[in-house]
Write a protein that binds this ligand. Structure first.
Ligand code: GLU
Length: 281
């Protein structure tokens, strides 16, 4: 059975780009007689705002979207993240790191999809694990897992290439698990068969595919969709004035009508669908 999900981080209110993503995930599931789930990615204590969750759910309902089962909050899954972290540690694949952001910035000589590439300072060093972040030794992990493939329905078959990320953090001091670890574990926990999300997360899938292999998790298919963009080609952001869904909802806009317009590719003035992965630009 096809199962998709929409997994917003309640760091801010939803905008039209979120609406587009949620509608797509919902419709792809429903077209197959499948299920659509909602997950709240609320483990970033510094940025996550609990009071936004009811607004987010109200926005989805206003768009005419219905979801199956209870909403999963990542904050209820900390024990599962810690357990997976212990398994990766037992495999000898994680190491503690006490580097500050500034130190990494200063020492990095290249950048990866998530920002400055960690230069490996703490790898192989005796580092106090107390309060440390735990990084994955990506080269060692990729070697242990062997060659891996995954499929994106729009971009086709992919060979997993997680090395571009370097030794990313999987467990951190301030948040119990990184996005990569938590999302991968939760997609398996929720039995998601089709991961629908924006193509800004396309590269992350290389890391997620590796984690699935290391942790013995099922492998879904991915659908990374093009993002809604502003006239300058940059992705929508509320701070640059793209209308928020809550604002439209409270102004009395008909959410179901808006959803139909987005489905039909009729976007509000100035907004369009950007290029897809691999499209000539
Ligand atoms: N929580 C992420 C976001 O709001 C989405 C994660 C995902 O779909 O894998 O950008």
């Amino acid at each position: 059975m096809t199962r998709t999900r929409f997994a917003p981080s309640p760091n801010g209110l939803l905008h039209l780009g979120h609406a587009y993503a949620a509608i797509l995930a919902h419709d792809l599931a429903r077209a197959q007689g499948g299920e659509f789930l909602v997950r709240i990615e609320d483990i970033d204590a510094a940025r996550s705002r609990a009071e936004l969750v009811p607004e987010i759910l109200a926005d989805l309902a206003w768009l005419g979207l219905s979801w199956d089962g209870p909403v999963l909050h990542q904050s209820s899954r900390l024990a599962a993240y810690a357990e997976a972290g212990e398994r990766l540690k037992a495999l000898g694949l994680l190491y503690p790191c006490q580097c500050t952001r500034a130190e990494i910035q200063a020492a990095a000589t290249a950048s990866g999809p998530d920002g400055p590439l960690y230069p490996g300072t703490c790898r192989g060093r005796a580092v106090d694990p107390h309060g440390a972040a735990w990084r994955i030794d990506m080269a060692r992990a990729a070697e242990l897992a062997g060659p891996l493939e995954w499929t994106d329905v729009l971009a086709g078959p992919q060979r997993a290439a997680p090395l571009a990320f370097g030794d990313v953090v999987l467990l951190r001091k301030e948040a119990p698990a990184s996005y990569h670890l938590a999302a991968t574990l939760d997609d398996a926990h929720q039995a998601i068969s089709l991961v629908v999300r924006g193509q800004d997360l396309f590269q992350s899938t290389h890391v997620h595919r590796l984690l699935q292999a290391l942790l013995g998790l099922p492998v879904p298919v991915w659908h990374h969709h093009p993002l809604l963009v502003e006239p300058d080609g940059r992705k929508l952001a509320k701070r640059r004035g793209s209308p928020g869904l809550r604002e439209l909802r409270l102004a009395g806009v008909d959410g179901a009508e808006l959803a139909q317009a987005l489905r039909g590719g009729r976007f509000p003035a100035g907004i369009s669908l950007g290029a897809g992965v691999g499209d000539a630009s």
